[in-house]
Design a protein around this ligand. Structure first.
Ligand code: GLY
Length: 407
């Protein structure tokens, strides 16, 4: 045996320990670093593609070998700007902030959009993150103006924000009067923030009214939730409970459950009203006790989809749930929520969900579902899956440094 081989042999136990340590570290800083390095390549490529030509385009997905771009009034238009802000937050590299700013400011007119409820997503993910990270002049005004626009959708009799208009598109064919979708919980953060920025309590009051009504009417005894609740505009009574994007009216559409878990954790953050945090915990119980939750904690697109296990997974739901769980672990002090979130992040970081570099059009994650009933964006990358995945990494990193997950 040559001397070097003898040495290597003696080192084997130490190497094994180092390898084990390396493996266990994968759950901590290493998995974050590895994902950031990967995102720099992927998101960098996607950013370059979206900036080719004279105008900044908004990438939303990658389908049939092409990047799909959306107009500024699409509900997903703020996520890519937000993704760039998160790249800045994760790397500290000013180049990301410069690009994030450009992608944010193409959304300038959205502050006046009043025909749907998703302006909370669109403006808080873009301008809101820019304001938080760079305190850019004028961004606060955009957030407050947007809150003003969103508030025009408040229906006092029912005490809710109307999610969709009923005079156009497929929504006009459902016989609804005032449809409210569980997703609407995600637009409340902007309202709470607008009250902080402006001192006008109207926005937070609307958010609280909406959260209370949704709590009252969207949830079933097992704490799963309906996708759509339709209200009578004159009496405020519930007219119907049903679905638009789930498998069935009585099923548990995965992203709807994710929005509920995350949305009520946010409502708790601003109000410290325990019933909101309890609600998020009930939703988590539903999710993790569901017989159809897969081992890797990346849900099927609907917990009641009839063909499980041969149904598409939805990585976007998993990413939203992980991010929400990190926030919940902080508010409750229950580390089990962090452990579950860590497990989701580990799953999403495997080649089963995370695309190989140079593929997937530059998006990070594969296997999300837009809307199966509408036959749109099935088993594809989606920009909001990447946005919440990076957000979850930031929250994980903050918690592991002993900081609050949300700054
Ligand atoms: N807010 C629409 C969706 O989650 O697909």
């Amino acid at each position: 045996m040559k001397p070097s081989e003898t040495t290597n042999f003696r080192l084997l136990p130490a190497l094994a320990i180092a390898a084990a340590a390396l493996f266990s570290c994968k759950a901590g800083p290493d998995i974050i670093r590895d994902n950031v390095e990967n995102a720099e390549i992927q998101i960098g490529a996607l950013m370059n593609a979206s900036e080719e030509g004279d105008t900044i385009r908004i990438p939303s997905s990658f389908q049939d070998g092409k990047i799909v771009y959306v107009p500024t009034d699409d509900w997903v238009s703020g996520f890519f700007a937000g993704t760039l802000w998160y790249m800045y937050e994760l790397t500290g590299d000013e180049n990301w902030a410069d690009h994030a700013r450009k992608h944010t400011e193409v959304l300038d007119t959205i502050q006046y959009l009043t025909w749907h409820h998703d302006v909370g997503f669109m403006i808080y993910d873009s301008y809101g993150n820019g304001l938080r990270l760079k305190n850019i002049e004028g961004y606060k005004d955009v957030c407050v103006n947007t809150a003003k626009s969103l508030s025009t959708r408040f229906r006092p009799k029912a005490g809710v924000l109307q999610s969709w208009n009923t005079d156009r598109g497929w929504q006009a064919e459902r016989g609804w009067e005032c449809p409210v979708i569980i997703d609407n919980m995600m637009n409340l953060e902007l309202l709470f923030k607008a009250t902080e920025f402006s001192g006008d309590s109207t926005y937070a009051k609307i958010a609280i009214s909406h959260a209370d009504k949704t709590l009252e009417n969207h949830f079933r005894p097992d704490w799963s939730c309906y996708h759509v609740v339709d209200y009578d505009l004159n009496t405020g009574e519930v007219r119907r409970k049903c679905t638009a994007q789930g498998y069935a009216d009585e099923s548990a559409w995965a992203r709807g459950q994710a929005w509920a878990l995350y949305g009520y954790a946010v409502a708790y953050r601003f109000t410290h009203d325990k019933k909101y945090l309890d609600l998020s915990e009930h939703v988590a119980d539903f999710l993790f006790n569901s017989p159809t939750m897969p081992e890797d904690l990346v849900p099927y697109w609907d917990f009641n989809a009839p063909g499980i296990p041969d149904e598409p997974r939805d990585a976007s739901s998993a990413a939203v749930i992980a991010s929400g769980l990190y926030e919940m672990s902080y508010h409750t002090g229950n580390n089990e929520y962090k452990e579950k979130a860590d497990k989701i992040i580990e799953s999403l970081s495997t080649p089963a969900y995370r695309a190989a570099q140079g593929t997937n059009g530059g998006f990070i994650l594969m296997h999300s579902v837009g809307s199966i009933p509408h036959g749109s964006s099935i088993d594809v990358p989606l920009n909001y899956a990447d946005y919440y995945f990076l957000e979850a990494l930031i929250r994980k990193q903050n918690i592991e440094k002993g900081l609050p997950p949300v700054k």
